[in-house]
Design a protein around this ligand. Structure first.
Ligand code: CP
Ligand code: NVA
Length: 319
């Protein structure tokens, strides 16, 4: 059973297939969308807030002919202590796929191991792979001539990731950059280097798939954005880190993406942010509104990329 818990759950060839399918689905939207989820129900178990992920999955499942079933963790018995294993086994008897947003990454792994339907990681504290595929598609759309190879357009490009360089988005972009053949440079405060747990995963996945397994980390934001094709940031206070808010905002303030910092990247660099954005913290309003800010295209592309991911996972025979 194939799942999508991390970027490298798809090989480079499969990632190329997902990107190409996302492009087709975007072009066909509202006209010839294939009903690949017809007569299927996909459950969405969410333990954290969401705007983009929830709406894009609900709309996407519906557009592919299926039925989305949104389950707030606190409304089901999982929130009262029923085990992950029993939840996985019960839901696997009734639904055709699980989409899960939670804190502990081990939860999505357990659901995948103990159930027998595809599981999609809709964000954990560790990784946010759906966002990365949507982001990669958003960039590839811009860098690919009509009908060209989307994945090839990403090769050799440099992304700079600023701010909370130990968060799920930073981890996910490191894995994604390695898979897509991009260079990644992260700039954040000392003490916010990617974790040992993440480095172990990166090393193992790189060995398995023959990827470089590299990233640069610096405390100097100007060093990171130098020659960058993309400047990326994320909220400094991720969901679950609210207790650390004041300290994080203070420590990360040198990494705010201002117009001056953005101007130090390549002259045609794109600005990206997975959203939600906190203006005056990780990014200034003028950068969010910049002609080279593509934040709302990336938000829209969550829909197209996730439809492609679900379509690929739904093709496999059921156990
Ligand atoms: N970017 C993202 O995942 O947004 P939501 O938290 O609104 O789903
Ligand atoms: N790092 C953020 C991403 C939100 C989409 C969080 O986990 O809250």
């Amino acid at each position: 059973m194939k799942h999508f818990l991390k970027e490298t759950d798809f090989t480079q060839n499969e990632a190329a297939e997902v990107l190409a399918l996302a492009r087709d689905l975007k072009q066909e939207r509202g006209r010839n969308t294939p009903a690949v989820l017809k007569h299927q129900t996909w459950a969405m178990i969410f333990s954290k807030s969401s705007t983009r992920t929830r709406v894009s999955f609900e709309v996407g499942i519906h557009e592919l002919g299926g039925n989305p079933l949104f389950l707030n963790k606190n409304d089901i018995q999982l929130g009262r202590g029923e085990s992950i294993g029993d939840t996985a086994r019960v839901l696997s008897r009734m639904v055709h796929g699980l989409i899960v947003r939670t804190y502990d990454h081990a939860e999505v792994e357990q659901l995948a191991e103990l159930g027998n339907v595809p599981v999609i990681n809709a964000l954990t504290d560790f990784l946010h792979p759906c966002q990365i595929y949507a982001d990669a598609f958003t960039l590839a759309e811009r860098w690919t001539p009509p009908g060209g190879d989307l994945l090839a357009s990403l090769k050799g490009r440099k992304i700079a990731f600023l701010g909370d360089t130990a968060c799920n988005m930073a981890n996910s972009w490191i894995l994604g950059a390695n898979l897509f053949g991009m260079e990644i440079s992260l700039a954040g405060p000392k003490g916010f280097e990617p974790s040992a747990e993440f480095n172990t995963l990166l090393a193992a996945e790189s060995k398995r798939l023959g990827l470089p397994g590299k990233y640069q980390f610096t405390t100097d934001p100007y060093e990171a954005v130098k020659n960058a094709d993309v400047v990326y940031t994320d909220v400094w206070v991720s969901m679950g880190k609210e207790d650390e808010a004041a300290e994080r905002i203070k420590t990360m303030s040198p990494y705010s993406v201002t117009a001056q910092l953005f101007a130090a990247a390549k002259p045609d660099a794109w600005f990206m942010h997975c959203l939600p954005a906190y203006v005056g913290k990780e990014v200034t309003q003028d950068v969010l509104d910049h002609p080279r800010s593509i934040i709302f295209d990336e938000a829209e592309n969550r829909l197209h990329a996730q439809k492609a991911i679900m379509a690929v996972l739904a093709q496999q025979p059921r156990g």
